[in-house]
Design a protein around this ligand. Structure first.
Ligand code: FES
Length: 140
């Protein structure tokens, strides 16, 4: 299985202080691995999930949303994914976007552009332009 290493940077090119500090603390535990669509993608601790996926040639967006998105500004909501594993806490901007339709604050989804990878994670992208169809058969 091919492994890819991603850089620890936010969409705007800056590393967050929280991500940096947690990253330093987690370096001793090794590089986190992102399990996504049958691939294992290694990244530095603190790497923004969306950036790690993009650097590995993957995307957290569905269809046209891969082109029509806010580029990591937490405004479009199209990078929403389910994440299991050690990641940063949701940002207030992320919580605000995920509480606005078609998202549902109770969905448990995260915005890949606001989520820093701190340990091994498994990421799932659901159907729908925003990836909002968490349950099968759910209307958009
Ligand atoms: S890319 Fe738009 S909210 Fe994440």
């Amino acid at each position: 299985m091919k492994r890819v290493v991603a850089r620890p940077a936010r969409a705007d090119g800056r590393l967050t202080v929280a991500g940096s500090l947690l990253g330093v603390a987690l370096v001793a535990r090794g590089m986190p691995t992102i399990h996504y669509r049958g691939r294992d993608i290694d990244c530095e601790p603190g790497t923004v999930l969306r950036d790690a996926l993009k650097d590995a040639g993957e995307t957290p967006h569905n269809g046209l949303a891969d082109s029509l998105n806010c580029r990591g500004k937490a405004t479009c909501g199209t990078c929403a994914v389910a994440v299991e594993g050690d990641v940063s806490e949701p940002t207030s901007q992320e919580e605000r976007r995920l509480s606005f339709p078609p998202h549902d604050a109770d969905s448990g989804l995260r915005l890949a552009c606001q989520t820093e990878v701190l340990g091994d994670v498994t990421v799932t992208k659901y159907d729908g332009f925003w990836g909002q169809k968490v349950e099968r058969g759910e209307d958009a």
